[in-house]
Ligand binder design. Structure first.
Ligand code: FBP
Length: 552
């Protein structure tokens, strides 16, 4: 395989491990027994063998007693996120440090690989090809939901055949929820297979008081911010377009907020605020139109608007509609499957409550279709397919035309549209993600060596240099509560949305009026892998502001 000069140089990068993981052995320090984030009694009943486990932290130990080899399986689950290959290389090096005869097997194309018995052994020559590279192509990823007893039993057959003692599932909130269910099941039946989760997702919504961030968020937001900065420069040079930029992130607006903090655009919509203020789609449109008018008054007929991917789901009326659609399509799946495609929208309207049917009717047909029909295997609306940036810019255009007729606006309004998502998911990991991911993989190996199951690999203190990071494990049940999914109450990891009283959002609120009216654009530029630490190793601003809040 031919390699670019950067690829060649990057392979040689040595990720920095926390000091505690650089010795010959670790010792486990157990904290207090834990409780789930909510619905304690229900979660306890569902996880009798893995509920209430203590948080654990590793400390360096001089006791280097010989350890037996471990055979480990690894799965990449869900959307790509920069750094996945480093989790796998850290895991590989970790299990080899435990015992050089340990072996690592990768299940191919996501959780489906475990069920269908598709795997390959990951040997050092393969691992070395992928160190510090982006993508998940070492074994591929997929979105098969691992949730039924049949799947668990089928998986166990291949785990037994390969003599695998532990499975590492690298995924987002849904995949880690399934990792917890699998850990509980294998423990309950005495399968002798440990299950460890690793927090992945560019969306940044798998975090809480004990998991500071998910991997991939740092790199993806740096890639998007580079391009947003470039567009802002173009915008400020040509002074003729309003750029509407949709940013990935499925539900939460962490990506949009981080990019706004980095780039200082004229407008950034935060879905969580839209919901909290009970805003309608028209009010969101008015907010953007207001910025266009204010800038036009200063002779600035150009600007940049950031739109989070999940916005539509957070507009309360649309949210109520989606909740009813979820229940309806789950309860009447067979009846709906028999409806001819041309009749589907009418069938749905007829089965909705009056209020939701009215909201449904008010949406452009394309959006209505995407909300009701395009679902991923977890039942989520595929928000990345909904062209919210175009929907908003068109509605703003109509509003401005009205105002022009009334003599209240006299500017020019030309638009450009962009969607940044896939561009950032497979970028070569930033130094932060390269170090974080390698450390998470290595920590997963230490959790396995110490007999843990139902834990998520954790590194904390992330705004400090990697040598100071605290390594350990967090019981996954600790992050769970009960939520309604497909019409049923299910145990799930609580998704972290943007906190409106959190430091990153408050910082944004303090600055946004200035950014709206003036040109305060900043230009973060491309990710730097070599050079001064203050340029190459900085963590995300979200993390920096959040940790300040924690410390003071
Ligand atoms: P994960 O939650 O699995 O990490 O995926 C996140 C994401 O990149 C979202 O931001 C986006 O909405 C979605 O995946 C797109 O999914 P797909 O890759 O199936 O198109």
């Amino acid at each position: 395989m031919e390699k670019s000069p950067l690829q060649q140089a990057r392979v040689a990068y040595k990720p920095q491990l926390p000091n505690v993981l650089t010795g010959t052995a670790v010792k486990v320090v157990e904290g207090e027994a834990t409780q789930s984030a909510g619905d304690q009694e229900d979660i306890k009943k569902l996880f009798p063998n893995t509920y209430g486990l203590p948080e654990i932290v590793f400390e360096k130990s001089s006791d280097a007693a010989p350890s037996k080899p471990v055979n480990v399986g690894v799965i990449l689950s869900g959307g790509q996120a920069p750094g996945g290959h480093n989790v796998i290389s850290g895991l590989f090096d970790g299990i080899k440090a435990i015992n050089k005869d340990s072996r690592l097997y990768g299940f191919l194309m996501g959780p489906g690989g475990l069920v269908d018995h598709n795997y390959k052994e990951l040997t050092s020559d393969i691992i070395d090809e992928y160190r510090n590279t982006g993508g998940f192509d070492i074994i591929g990823s997929g979105r098969t939901k691992l949730e039924t007893k049949e799947q668990f039993d089928k998986g166990l057959e291949i785990l037994r055949e390969l003599g695998i003692n532990a499975l590492v599932i690298i995924g987002g909130d849904d995949s880690n929820t399934n990792a917890a269910i699998l850990a509980e099941y294998y423990k309950a039946i005495g399968a002798g297979v440990q299950v460890i989760g690793v927090p992945k997702t560019i969306d940044g919504d798998l975090k809480n008081s004990v998991i500071e961030t998910s991997f991939g968020f740092d790199t993806a937001t740096k890639v998007y911010s580079e391009v947003i900065g470039n567009i802002q420069r173009d915008c400020n040079s040509a002074k003729k377009y309003w750029h509407f930029i949709k940013l990935m992130g499925r539900s939460a607006s962490h990506i949009a907020l981080e990019c706004a903090l980095k780039c200082q655009p004229n407008v950034c919509i935060i879905s969580e605020e839209v919901e909290a203020k009970d805003m309608t789609l028209d009010q969101v449109v008015d907010e953007i139109a207001d910025a266009v008018i204010k800038r036009a008054e200063k002779g600035k007929n150009y600007g940049v608007v950031l739109v989070p991917e999940g916005l539509i789901e957070f507009i309360p009326a649309v949210k109520r509609l989606i909740a009813e659609l979820n229940d309806l399509l789950a309860a009447k799946a067979d009846e709906f499957a028999a409806v001819a495609p041309k009749e589907q929208l009418a069938w749905i309207s007829a089965h909705l409550s009056a209020a939701n049917a009215a909201t449904y009717a008010s949406l452009p047909t394309g959006v209505a279709r995407q909300l009701s029909l395009d679902r991923d295997p977890h039942g989520n609306v595929q928000v990345s397919l909904i062209e919210t940036e175009k929907l908003l810019s068109e509605m703003v255009g109509k509003r401005l035309a009205q105002l022009k007729e009334e003599g209240k606006y006299n500017g020019k309004y030309s638009t450009m549209h962009h969607f940044f998502g896939y561009e950032g998911r497979c970028a070569d990991p930033s130094n932060f993600d390269a170090n974080y991911c390698y450390g998470l993989g290595y920590t997963a190996a230490m959790l396995i060596a110490n007999g843990m199951t139902g834990y998520m690999s954790s590194l904390r203190n992330l705004t400090f240099a990697p040598v100071n990071w605290v390594a350990g494990g967090i019981p996954i049940t600790m992050m769970m509560n009960m939520e309604r999914r497909h019409g049923e109450m299910k145990p799930v990891i609580r998704k972290a949305l943007v906190e409106l009283d959190g430091a990153p959002f408050l910082k944004f609120v303090k600055m946004r009026e200035t950014w709206k009216a003036d040109d305060c654009y900043t230009y973060p530029g491309p990710i730097q892998y070599f050079g001064p630490a203050e340029v190459c190793d900085i963590p995300s601003l979200t993390l920096v502001y959040e940790q300040k809040r924690r410390k003071y």
